[in-house]
Write a protein of this length. Sequence first.
Length: 76
Amino acid sequence: MYRAVGAGPGKTITYLVDLPQPWGRDTQVTIPVDALVGDALVAAQPSMDAAVMRGVVGVAAAMVLAVGLGAWLLRR
């Protein structure tokens, strides 16, 4: 699925860069910063969600193990 990157309203930064012909020296390039950051966050969201879920499952497993070990020690 094609998705435009950096398209949309928001803050932009304009740079003067040297590009090859036909553009030439001191060509203005405008980069939509807000849109690029937003697109990067949208693209990274599934992997961030998966990492958070792995962390939550790890903490929950550690808590269950600690409670189980504590109960076992109390019953001894």
